[in-house]
Structure formats: C-alpha cells, structure tokens
Design a binder for this molecule. Structure first.
Ligand SMILES: Nc1ncnc2[nH]cnc12
Length: 222
C-alpha cells in the first residue's frame, strides 16, 4: 500500500527541529529521509560543530567518513578539529581502487549489496592512529560495522563513531559491543505503512534505550 499523502517527520538534530520527508521503501516500510547534501551549508555547520565539540576532548588524530553522504560530514568535522587530512571509504570500485581493502555492506536504502573500500595508500594515515568514524545515519549498522572493520584492519584504534541520526535500533545487534562507540545528534524511528499512513514502528521504539538515549542527542542543544 502506498502512503496516501506526503508526510513529514519532525526530527530533533543537535537540539534543533528539522522536517524530514517520509519516503516509502516498499509495501510496508518507510523512512524519514535525511539527505545531507540537500540540507544546506548551515546544517553542515551545525552538525560539524556538534560532533567536533563532543569528540574533540578525546583527541582524534584523523576522521574517517564513508561515501557518499559521510563525505561532507568528514570534511566539516575535520575542519573544526583543525585537521587538514581525512580518509574517505569509497563505495564504487574506481580504477585506482583495484587493490583496495574491501568489506561487505548491506544498507536499507540501497537494493543491491554494496562494498566499502579503503585505498591502501591511505593506510599510512591510519596505522597506529586514534580514529573518529563519521556517517550520516546508522540504520542497519552494516555500513558502520564495515567502516570500523576497515579502520581496524588498517591498524588504527576507533575511539568513537559520530553520526547525525540513529534510525531504529537494529544497528545495536549488528554492531554488538561496538554499538557503545556510537554517539548521535538525534534519533528517528523506522516506519510501518498501515492503511496508507506511515506509523513509527512501535516494536523497535518501545524500551529501545536500555542505557538511556545517547549522550550527544541529549546534550547537543546550542
Ligand atoms: N533515513 C535515512 N536517510 C538517509 N539515508 C539513510 N540511510 C539509511 N537510512 C537513511
């Protein structure tokens, strides 16, 4: 069944309200879509500042972001941490990445299985370093788990993972102990489509924060 009329979800991100369009994935499921590249320069400022402010005291050496929508976040956060270099984990197997380190990914917004690639020339930037991983949304946790595996395979320590939104809670199982590394600026539910209306999935939201909501979502108000 299709969503009958356009719906929006009011998400709180770093203490500010943003209206996200609800987009149908299939007959039964929908998501509140956060397209970072459509949110404007001010949004980049807000999220870059909030993530850098939280993780700055942990003294990351370098920021790693996953293509595609983690790229602007990696740049904004690196700028505020005073770092010139950052590392991007790529998705498309470009010609110069034939020999890349590879990890498999399965995302809810992309139908086909994907891979995350680390250019071996970037390993020297990561080896022995303290790394902050950033991304736009952690949903299944599959992309974040792959990013963490790649960073560790490169010989780095992952000190934390900063995301704009957590979405639903299945990422906790996918990440296991590494779920503790996640700090988000906000949270969105996943949606069931019932009689043409998108409804937050109660099964994933009730009692979903056993240890309380993430620190960053609670304290990021400006
Ligand atoms: N809600 C969302 N918006 C944008 N990208 C996503 N990837 C997974 N969930 C998403």
């Amino acid at each position: 069944m299709l969503i009958a009329k356009p719906e929006f979800y009011q998400a709180e991100i770093a203490g500010e309200a943003f209206s996200l369009p609800i987009i149908q994935l299939d007959d039964r499921r929908a998501i509140a879509l956060l397209m970072v590249i459509d949110m404007g320069v001010r949004f980049g400022d807000i999220v870059g500042e909030a993530i850098a402010r939280h993780f700055g005291p942990f003294k990351p050496d370098i920021v790693v972001g996953s293509a595609t929508l983690g790229i602007p976040i990696a740049i904004e956060v690196s700028r505020r941490l005073g770092k010139d270099q950052y590392v991007i984990l790529q998705k498309s197997p470009k010609f110069h990445l034939a020999d890349a380190m590879v990890e498999d990914v399965r995302s809810i917004t992309t139908a086909t299985p994907q891979r995350l690639l680390l250019d071996r020339r970037s390993i020297t930037l990561l080896q022995g370093k303290r790394v902050l991983v950033v991304d736009d949304v952690v949903a299944t946790g599959s992309s974040m788990a792959a990013a963490i595996r790649l960073v560790r395979r490169a010989g780095a320590e992952v000190l934390g993972a900063g995301v704009i939104l957590t979405e639903g809670h299945s990422w906790r199982d996918a990440l296991g102990k590494d779920a503790e590394l996640i700090e988000s600026l906000g949270h969105i539910p996943q949606f069931d489509v019932v009689d043409g209306v998108a409804t937050p999935d109660p099964a994933t939201e009730s009692g979903a924060w056993p240890g309380g909501a993430p620190r960053l979502a609670r304290t990021a108000s400006r």
